[in-house]
Design a protein around this ligand. Structure first.
Ligand code: PNS
Length: 165
């Protein structure tokens, strides 16, 4: 049986850690569906279409990876996609508590869906979208942590911000 996994996240913005995890997931599963959460209650740095577009560009070298956005419960999206697993990254022990709670809650909601954890490449373990955004808000973009398309979009936003004021 060919197995499908969903790799869900906010991806605001996507980082090289996300790309690394997708490459690993694409080797393990027949199909990997990257699910970009579109949460209407939040104001992200990039809207869902922009995040989907950046991810598609960053993952174009992976034939068995699809990128799409979703709203609502993750387990409903996983079932809609006909997937058997949720893929999540574990970078450090500090990720564990939140991931463990989510995995068990998702299992309560959908017994048949397994959560699989993968660890990114060592030099990606400190990368987080949250820190990238924090640095961006001070007008800087950290080097070598982001896919080219994301760096480009962030630079465009910075230039736009400077000409806005
Ligand atoms: O990249 P993130 O922000 O850590 O991803 C979190 C995400 C999108 C996986 C999580 O917030 C999620 O699954 N949201 C969808 C709503 C849902 O199913 N909530 C219950 C999770 S137990």
């Amino acid at each position: 049986m060919t197995r499908t996994a969903v790799f869900p996240g906010s991806f605001d913005p996507p980082t090289l850690a996300h790309v690394d995890l997708c490459e690993r997931g694409a080797r393990l599963f027949g199909t990997l569906v990257v699910g970009v959460l579109n949460n209407p209650e939040k104001t992200p740095l990039f809207n869902a279409e922009e995040r989907v577009e950046m991810l598609r560009k960053s993952l174009s070298h992976l034939d068995n990876v699809q990128v799409t956005s979703f709203q609502g419960l993750l387990v409903d999206f996983v079932r809609e996609q006909g997937a058997q697993a949720i893929l999540r990254g574990l970078r450090a022990v500090s990720d564990f508590e939140y991931e463990f709670q989510m995995a068990l809650m998702n299992r309560r909601l959908a017994q048949e869906v397994e959560t699989v954890f993968l660890t990114p490449r060592e030099d990606c373990t400190f990368i987080s979208s949250r820190l990238v955004k924090q640095i961006f808000h001070f007008g800087r973009i950290p080097d070598n942590l982001l896919p080219a398309s994301v760096e480009k979009s962030l630079k465009q936003k910075l230039t736009g911000r400077k000409t806005d004021t």
